[in-house]
Write a protein that binds this ligand. Sequence first.
Ligand SMILES: Nc1ncnc2c1ncn2[C@@H]1O[C@H](COP(=O)(O)OP(=O)(O)OP(=O)(O)O)[C@@H](O)[C@H]1O
Length: 452
Amino acid sequence: MKKAQSPHNQRNQFSNFHFEDEKNNKTKQQSGSRSALKHMKAAVKKVFTVLFFRRKVNSKAAASVIDPRRNSNRIRGVSSSTDGWSTDTKNSSKLKLSGSSGSSTTQIGVIETTNFSYEEISKATEKFSQANKIGEGAFGTVYRGRLGDGSLVAVKRAKKTVSDKLLALEFKNEVLTLSMIEHLNLVRLYGYLEHGDERIILVEYVGNGTLREHLDGTRGNGLEIAERLDIAIDVAHAITYLHTYTDPPIIHRDIKSLNILITEKLRAKVADFGFARLSADPNATHISTQVKGTAGYLDPEYLKTYQLTEKSDVYSFGVLLVELMTGRRPIEPTKPNNERLTTRWAIQTLKRGEAILVMDPRLRRSAASTMAMEKILKLAHECLAPLRQSRPSMKKCAEVLWGIRKEFREKAFPAPPSTSHYSDTFPVRDAKVTRQQTFGIEDGDSYKFISA
Ligand SMILES: Nc1ncnc2c1ncn2[C@@H]1O[C@H](COP(=O)(O)OP(=O)(O)OP(=O)(O)O)[C@@H](O)[C@H]1O
């Protein structure tokens, strides 16, 4: 953890960072990078093999990669070339997905498609204008784009200076990973373009900012406990899907509040798959000399052993739960010493039986919200266990959170008298939270999915 907090090892306090082994020696760095590159290349090849195979046998999986425009699935496919990747922007012999809008079947294999052209993307973003810029990360700049048919997309454009092979692989990794997944709580891939020095990914536009912005109060009206609980459940569903229901399982590796996008209805979608690792290996453990993730969210056991498993995402999810309950960032350099590491401060306070002291001051206090907050912190404590074997699976986390939500609702909304409208015991903000939102009816799909 020490290294994770060192300014030398970080681009900025909360940015993604890469660092090498203990001695940080240059030769080792180079061989480490080469080895990491080899690992990633191997992973990309494996993914391609799996992807190609899956698409052949499972037309439903292939159909998950779609164009937002209804009448055509205009997406660039993954080439069957030797490196498993296409750099051709023309409509040539690539593995392409063909949507069949009027039919339930999807043709798989080398089939016709029309790709997003650079001109099309440039037009959608008004030549990548500042006015359309919605975010910036280590990978590049994100723009809002409006396609010819009026649909909105988020356009992730890699930095031009990204000549680094590892970052180029990050791009490919994100596209390949996204092309394998379809879940209500994960941003959806619409297309990509790689041409010359341009690398662009088009994904589903999620228009209500990041979870971090909501917790900071720079977006929205502040999140109530019921909304935070729904968001935690959405994220748990998304990661459970990645760990349990994709083949091979996917480890996100960068779960953090900045990568949780919020919808207009205050539900969550997990984004940013640049670091995701596909665990094609059935043992699901990987040793790499290069640790990836974000300071404050990184699994200490992964930092120590370089062994990556799904439980590293569980650890980061634990940090996220603490963030949701306290409103604080994982590292708070301006706070007194004992409060700088938010998870340590929150868990120690919880153990003293004073969890209420770490509750986000923006949250309204009630018996129901205090109970929910304490139980969520207890779950966070389990997720943050130093040994990964002691951490629950993401599926278990989702189940625990459902239980907490059920109990919370029962406490906040005791059986209503026959004539009553709302219970007065729960401080619902009348204008903002409708009964439907509070009860999280929207997550019906993912609930069914998990419980199926
Ligand atoms: N699908 C989207 N819809 C709306 N806004 C988005 C979307 N994707 C990203 N953004 C905005 O752009 C910002 C940066 O995006 P993202 O984290 O994907 O980029 P990155 O370069 O991969 O970042 P990182 O430094 O975390 O690797 C997000 O924090 C968010 O504000």
